[in-house]
Design a protein around this ligand. Structure first.
Ligand SMILES: Cc1ncc(COP(=O)(O)O)c(C=O)c1O
Length: 389
């Protein structure tokens, strides 16, 4: 099997599995006062400290969640309700047109259900936010903006977003900025304190941790309206019994990914360069999309548009050869939906359903690139014939 879908989820790191198994043998509820409870609490707090240290945050800034989706929802709805509660004029939620649905749909839901105005800022042809559009929005509406939410790295085309500039521009108006850094953590340098962000979402299963655990890093000064009410855990922002095993496994995975990041960035960058050169030479029908410059995209993602080739056909042919990749966008009943990201970049609806995302990670080697390239040219030919029929 050739697994090239690391942006969807990554193989569990043995160290994260070992940490999970050890912690899962403990019985206590981390909120209980007896010895078992204190042991469970100690695991959670060790995990909190290690996660915070790996990402330039203070331990009290870590809010454990069930993953990236929950962290995004908590930040976007929580900031909105907090800020609009304090000032009824603040109804605008500024985001980009290329967010993951975990970031985009909460904004659209606030517009549909809570009277918010959703502002989806445009991106350029490579998927990078147009800062001039943000500047215009701030110049015209700063007093009505509740928050801005801009992802750090795009999960489909790999474009890195100018989050530091966004944070600086918004800070001049006292506007909180949230960033979905689910694809960035462990792949590019992420320092929460230096970022100027108010909050940041991350997910363990994207860096070799278990599915179902993640965190929101929330600046100490920031206040959020909670989504869940109950036992008052996690600064009363996220009630619910804590998960010591998930937390320590997440911390171990993030720590390992961050420790290996610089070396991995270079290693994956070289694999990516080789793959892109092979695609350019062997598959002239395919366009590599997203920013071209190293340092402007995630090291491990290669995103292709193959005009005229149905995305699901590409996927099925590759899968039949044991090569597992993705289209990057959602799939409904076996048919790939046009990618809102690719459309936002200015491509046609048809091109936005003719995509392939190859995403590499900590277990990927040259042999995986070779296995993919042994079948990709033929898969493209066959997918193009499907459309021609
Ligand atoms: C950019 C981005 N945000 C959020 C998520 C959702 O994270 P989780 O699967 O932990 O809910 C993903 C996962 O695909 C993602 O790529």
């Amino acid at each position: 099997m050739t697994y090239l879908d690391h942006a969807a989820t990554t193989p569990l790191r043995p160290a994260a599995r070992a940490a999970w198994l050890e912690a899962s043998a403990e019985v206590g509820n981390a909120s209980a006062l007896h010895g078992a409870g204190r042991r469970a609490r100690a695991i959670v707090e060790e995990a909190r400290e290690r996660l915070a240290a790996a990402l330039g945050a203070h331990p009290t800034e870590v809010i454990w969640t069930s993953g990236g989706t929950e962290a995004d929802n908590l930040a976007i709805k929580g900031h909105f309700w907090q800020r609009r509660g304090a000032d009824a004029a603040r109804t605008r939620v500024v985001t980009t047109s290329v967010e993951h649905h975990a970031g985009l749909d909460p904004v659209r839901w606030l517009a549909a259900a809570e009277g918010a105005t959703a502002v989806e800022l445009p991106v350029d042809r490579t998927g990078v936010l147009r800062l001039d559009a943000l500047e215009r929005e701030l110049a015209e509406h700063a007093g009505q903006i509740a928050l801005a939410s801009v992802m750090w790295a795009n999960n489909e085309v790999g474009a890195l977003q100018p989050v530091a500039q966004v944070a600086a521009l918004a800070a001049a108006h006292g506007i909180p900025v949230h960033s979905d850094a689910v694809q960035a953590v462990g792949h590019v340098a992420v320092d929460f304190a230096a970022s100027g962000l108010t909050s940041l979402a991350l997910s363990a299963h994207k860096v070799g941790g278990p599915v179902g655990v993640g965190a929101l890093l929330l600046a100490r000064r920031a206040r959020l309206t909670p989504l869940t009410h109950g036992g008052g855990q996690e600064r009363s922002v996220r009630s619910g019994t804590l998960d010591p095993a998930g937390a320590i496994a997440a911390a171990v995975a993030v720590e390992a990914a961050v420790a290996e990041r610089a070396a991995e960035e270079a290693r994956l960058g070289a694999l990516r360069d080789r793959l892109v050169a092979l695609i350019d030479a062997d598959i002239p029908q395919a366009w590599v999309s997203g920013p071209a410059a190293a340092g402007a995209h995630l090291p491990g993602i290669v995103h292709l548009i193959v005009p005229g080739a149905p995305g699901e056909a590409l996927l099925y042919v590759l899968d039949s050869h044991g090569v597992e990749v993705s289209n990057g966008s959602a799939c409904v009943a076996g048919v790939v939906q046009a990618s809102h990201v690719v459309e936002a970049m200015g491509y046609s609806h048809a091109d936005a359903s003719s995509t392939l995302r190859i995403s590499m990670g900590h277990t990927t080697t040259d042999a995986d690139v070779d296995a993919l390239m042994a079948v990709l040219p033929d898969a493209v030919d066959r997918a193009l014939r499907v459309r021609a029929r």
